[in-house]
Design a protein around this ligand. Structure first.
Ligand SMILES: NS(=O)(=O)N=C1NCCCN1
Ligand SMILES: [Zn+2]
Length: 261
């Protein structure tokens, strides 16, 4: 038996299926999106987030990513519209990134790998709770935002990156309040949508993905800051927390729709 899942050669994405059989399913994520195969769907409406800054609670290094958690005990911060029916509750956001600026995102767009990918995870309260939602095809909605390194970094990312110093090692958590994650959205609301899975084990196929076409910009220093996180607990040998991304999975005939032409 291998150790708990991760992104290394002995516990990485190629071996997840040994303990998590869903990882070999027909609707896995991420995927490579090729614009030539995308279908523009004029019936797709625009998505809307109405988030309560007071719902933000803490920021955590869980040894696999940096995660901000929100109060999702009622419809306080919700996402609706686009491909979704009803209001989905914001539960947490986290990121995936590389060991250098030329890779790190999970979804790949026309061959382009971005430096990082930010996921805002929402669940459908009609299924009672998050655990119940994981078992449903319409249980979860994740908004994916690509991060690219540029010269006009988005100031709104600063808030998350400033907290990195307080959660350097696995298990560290810090208060993270009065934060409205919709400030991270790019100008354009254009998106791709398709049905897929969590990109981490158990890889349940319960996700309506909403991937924003316009990346947001971060600075090289901000990416370096993200890469200064460690996988290891405090007072153990330093293992940089980098390359926590799953490679693209087989599309298996799925249709990716675009809200734009
Ligand atoms: N990268 S992902 O698909 O969002 N995976 C997740 N797994 C655990 C719960 C939140 N999200
Ligand atoms: Zn993710």
């Amino acid at each position: 038996a291998q150790t708990v899942w991760g992104y290394d050669s002995d516990n990485g994405p190629e071996r997840w299926h040994e303990n998590y059989p869903l990882a070999k399913g027909d609707k896995q994520s991420p995927i490579e999106i090729n614009s030539k195969d995308v279908k523009h769907d004029s019936s797709l409406s625009s998505w809307h987030a109405s988030y309560d800054p007071g719902a933000a609670k803490t920021i955590l290094n869980n040894g696999r990513t940096c995660r901000v958690v929100f109060d999702d005990t009622f419809d306080r911060s919700v996402l609706r519209g686009g491909p979704l029916t009803g209001a989905y509750r914001l539960r947490q956001l986290h990121l995936h990134w590389g060991s250098s600026d030329d890779h790190g995102s999970e979804h790949v767009i026309d061959g382009v790998k971005y430096a990082a990918e930010l996921h805002m995870v929402h669940w459908n309260p009609k299924h009672g709770n998050f655990a119940g939602a994981l078992k449903q095809p319409d249980g979860v909605a994740v908004v994916g935002i690509f991060l690219k390194v540029g010269n006009t970094p988005k100031p709104e990312m600063k808030r998350i990156l400033e907290e990195i110093d307080n959660i350097k090692t696995k298990g560290k958590e810090a208060p993270f309040q009065h934060f409205d994650p919709s400030i991270l959205f790019p100008k354009s609301r254009d998106y791709w949508t398709y049905h897929g899975s969590f990109t981490t084990p158990p890889c349940e196929e319960c996700i309506t993905w909403i991937l924003l076409r316009e990346p947001i910009e971060v600075s090289a220093d901000q990416m370096a800051k993200l890469r200064s996180l460690s996988k290891n607990p405090e007072n153990e040998p330093v293992i940089p927390l980098v390359d926590n991304w799953r490679p693209p999975q087989p599309v298996k005939g799925r249709i990716v729709r675009a809200s734009f032409k």
